[in-house]
Design a protein around this ligand. Structure first.
Ligand SMILES: [Zn+2]
Length: 432
C-alpha cells in the first residue's frame, strides 16, 4: 500500500531552490563575519533578491500542488530567519531582541523552554552519573597506545557492518548505502563528524574506552555506538533521504547549518542516537558492559543535552545584559543577569561565578540551541503522528515513520506539516 511520492517541483521553484543552495553557502561565510559591513550589504542585497522571487512564486501558487507550496513556504521561512539574524547582528538599529531571534531560528517558545531546562537542572542525575563508574574508573587506561589502538582497529570492520545493518533495519539509511569509515588519529581534534560532501564518517577515537582488568584489556565501545548513531544514522541518513528533494532541502553545502533547519538536522540525529542507546542495551552482554557502566551511559544520554544547554543560555543572558540597556537618571536600569536569575529562582550556583567558562560567541550560542530545540521538535512531531494516524499505525510503520522524519532538511516551521503530508501521501489517503 506504500506508494512512491513524487518530489518534482515546477521549473521556477527548482531554479530558486538551486539559488538558495548557493546563497546558504554565502550566508554561512557571512554568519562568521557579522561585524563586516561590506558582507552585510552583500547579504542584504541577495536576501532582497531571493525573497522577491519567493514571494512572486508564492502569489501564483494557486495552480501549484501541495509539495510546491511546502517548498515555497520552507524557502520563505529560511530567508525570513536569515533576514532577522542579519538585522539583529549587523544593524546597530535593529528592532529585534535576542529572544525573538532564538524563537524564530529554533521554533516558537524555544527561549522559555531552554530557560526552564536550565532552571530544572538534572543535579541528581549528574551526581548519580559521577558515582556510577566509580568501580571501574581507576582501571581506565590510555587508548592511544599501539596495543589498545590495534584492538580498537580490529573491531572496526564488524562495528561498521553492525551499524549498517541496524540502520537499514530501522529505516535510517537506504538499503544499498555504504560509507567511508575513518577512526580519527590519537592526535588533533577528536570530535566525531559526518562529512556530507565526501560521505565519510570521522569517528572520535575517545569513544572507545580501554580498561585493564586483571591481566587482560577490554575495549568498551558504548559511546562509539551512540556517536555513530548520531553522525551516520542521523546526519548521514538524513542526507541520503533528502537527495530526492529539491536542493534547498539537502544537507550538503551549508544547508546542515542553515539557521531555521538546524533544529531539524540535530533533532533527527539525536533521535537516532536514542535508538543507538536501545541497541547498546540489547547487546550489553556481548560488549561486556556491566549494569553500572550501562547505567552511566543511560544517565549521560538523558542529561547531556540539558547540560550542554546551560552554557549557550548563559551567553545569551550576558548578551541581554549588554544590549537591553535602560538609562534612568543617568543610571543603567537595564537587564541584570544576576538579579534576573535570583528573581526567576535559578539554582544558586548559576548566579555566582561562571567566569571560568571559556568564551562562546553569541552567534554560536543561538545555533547551539538547535540541539535541545531539535529533540523537542522531533518528539512533538512523533506525538502528532500518533494522534493523526493512531497507535496501530505507529507500531506497524516504524520504519516508514523513521524515514519520513529524515526526508528533507526543512525549516522547523514547516517540518511537521511536511512529515504529516508525506505520510498521508505514501499510505494513499492524501489529497492530490
Ligand atoms: Zn549533529
Amino acid at each position: 500500500m506504500v506508494k512512491e511520492v513524487n518530489f518534482k517541483v515546477s521549473k521556477e521553484i527548482e531554479e530558486l531552490s538551486n539559488e538558495i543552495f548557493e546563497f546558504n553557502k554565502m550566508f554561512g561565510d557571512y554568519s562568521r563575519l557579522t561585524y563586516n559591513p561590506y558582507a552585510y550589504e552583500l547579504i542584504l542585497k541577495e536576501i532582497t533578491n531571493v525573497k522577491e522571487k519567493a514571494i512572486t512564486l508564492e502569489k501564483d501558487s494557486s495552480s501549484k500542488n501541495e509539495f510546491d507550496k511546502l517548498v515555497i513556504k520552507h524557502i520563505l521561512s529560511c530567508i525570513n530567519t536569515q533576514e532577522m539574524f542579519a538585522d539583529y547582528f549587523s544593524n546597530p538599529k535593529t528592532k529585534y531582541t535576542i529572544k525573538e531571534l532564538i524563537d524564530k531560528i529554533n521554533g516558537e517558545g524555544t527561549y522559555d523552554y531552554v530557560e526552564n531546562t536550565v532552571k530544572e537542572y538534572p543535579f541528581k542525575e549528574q551526581w548519580d552519573r559521577a558515582h556510577s563508574t566509580k568501580h571501574i574508573r581507576l582501571n581506565v587506561v590510555r587508548n592511544d597506545t599501539p596495543e589498545a589502538r590495534g584492538m580498537i582497529e580490529s573491531m572496526i570492520p564488524n562495528f561498521k557492518q553492525e551499524m549498517l545493518t541496524l540502520g537499514k533495519q530501522l529505516g535510517f539509511i537506504p538499503e544499498n548505502y555504504d560509507f567511508e569509515f575513518i577512526l580519527l588519529p590519537p592526535f588533533g581534534n577528536p570530535r566525531s563528524n559526518f562529512r556530507i560532501e565526501v560521505n565519510r564518517l570521522e569517528l572520535n577515537p575517545l569513544s572507545f574506552i580501554c580498561l585493564k582488568e586483571g591481566d587482560s584489556y577490554r575495549i568498551q565501545p558504548a559511546h562509539a555506538y551512540l556517536e555513530t548513531a548520531h553522525e551516520l544514522l542521523g546526519h548521514g541518513g538524513h542526507n541520503q533521504f533528502s537527495l530526492r528533494l529539491p536542493k534547498c532541502l539537502h544537507l550538503g553545502g551549508m544547508n546542515i547549518a542553515n539557521l531555521s533547519s538546524k533544529a531539524v538536522a540535530e533533532g533527527v540525529a539525536l533521535d537516532r542516537e536514542s535508538w543507538g542507546l536501545e541497541h547498546v542495551k540489547k547487546i550489553k552482554e556481548s560488549i561486556k558492559l556491566d549494569d553500572n557502566e550501562l547505567n552511566a551511559v543511560l544517565i549521560n544520554h538523558k542529561i547531556k543535552v540539558a547540560e550542554s544547554t546551560w552554557y549557550p543560555f548563559y551567553t545569551i543572558l550576558k548578551e541581554r545584559e549588554l544590549i537591553e540597556k535602560e538609562e534612568v537618571n543617568g543610571e543603567d536600569k537595564g537587564f541584570n543577569v544576576q538579579k534576573y536569575m535570583e528573581q526567576k529562582g535559578f539554582p544558586y550556583y548559576f548566579y555566582r561565578d561562571t567566569r571560568w567558562q571559556s568564551d562562546m560567541h553569541i552567534t554560536q550560542a543561538v545555533m547551539e540551541l538547535g540541539y535541545i530545540a531539535g529533540v523537542r521538535l522531533v518528539n512533538k512531531v512523533r506525538e502528532k503522528i500518533k494522534k493523526e494516524f493512531g497507535n496501530e499505525f505507529v507500531n506497524k510503520e516504524q520504519v516508514l515513520i523513521n524515514k519520513a522524519l529524515a526526508m528533507g532538511n526543512w525549516s522547523c516551521e514547516v517540518y511537521e506539516e511536511f512529515v504529516i503530508w508525506y505520510l498521508k501521501e505514501v499510505v494513499g489517503s492524501g489529497s492530490k
